[in-house]
Ligand binder design. Structure first.
Ligand code: MG
Length: 254
């Protein structure tokens, strides 16, 4: 069942989402070669806790990190580690969940580390753009499959592929709620969107083939062909005539 949030709940979602936005503000431009993935996670965790929130992913189904930090061919669920050092030319996806007053904000950004190839910047950009292509259909009366289809069509037109095993999801007082939001699908199918639905839309885009494997740690998913994977996500709410992104920081007014 897809939960429709009340205006009060949406305001709480906005507040949780703002914390996630502040994490990205802190990370932007500050991820450098030589840092470990734990260093990155520690920056994120500090912002989350300094804002009175809790890192949602910590201990979620036993996940051992405050956020997920996935490098290069790692798609999702990278466990922060002081042994995993970022190098010039890498990309790093930082997936952040913050729970504040019982509601969750969930979003992800992929950052270049140092100087990366032009083709890598293009992958990052197309992944981000595919979120907005999908969200052109984030409005009352559209089908969920319209979002999925638009993400798939846009990424495949750029020569990329969409893994099948991981999807976006509803979000609210729980990290994962109905519905699943695949990054592939058929337009005109699936549930009809309604005002007040909160969705985490998250294109995960592979440079090569979509096949994955999960590492021995039980968490880290990587591409089978070793090519790059990129991830972009926001939590959104369906509004009267479109959508609003919840996971961005308010502009500082001082
Ligand atoms: Mg998510």
């Amino acid at each position: 069942m897809i939960i429709i949030k009340s205006p009060r709940e949406i305001e709480l979602m906005r507040k949780a989402g703002e914390v996630v936005g502040k994490v990205f503000n802190a990370l932007e431009g500050n991820i450098k070669p030589g840092m470990s993935t734990l260093d990155v996670a520690n920056i994120a965790e500090k912002v989350i806790r300094d804002n009175g929130a809790y890192p949602t992913f910590l201990n979620y189904s036993g996940f051992p990190g405050a956020v997920c930090v996935s490098v290069n061919d790692e798609l999702v669920h990278g466990i922060p580690s002081k042994k995993r050092i970022l190098r010039d030319g890498d990309i790093v996806s930082v997936d952040v969940g913050a729970t504040l007053n019982g509601y969750v904000g969930d979003a992800c950004r992929t950052y270049p580390v140092g100087i990366v190839k032009e083709s890598v910047l293009r992958l990052i950009e197309v992944t981000r753009e595919s979120f907005f292509e999908g969200c052109k259909f984030a409005r009352p009366g559209a089908h969920l499959g319209d979002i999925s289809h638009a993400i798939q069509a846009y990424c495949e037109a750029h020569g990329y592929s969409l893994p099948r095993e991981y999807t976006g999801h509803g979000v609210g007082s729980s990290l994962h709620e109905d519905p699943y939001i695949p990054n592939y699908g058929v337009a005109g199918t699936g549930p009809i969107l309604k005002e007040g639905m909160c969705l985490a839309v998250e294109p995960m885009v592979n440079e090569g083939h979509f096949a994955l494997r999960v590492m021995k740690d039980g968490w880290t998913a990587r591409t089978r062909d070793g090519k790059l994977s990129c991830h972009y996500e926001n939590s959104i709410v369906i509004t009267k005539d479109g959508y609003e992104i919840l996971t961005q920081a308010k502009k500082e007014e001082d």
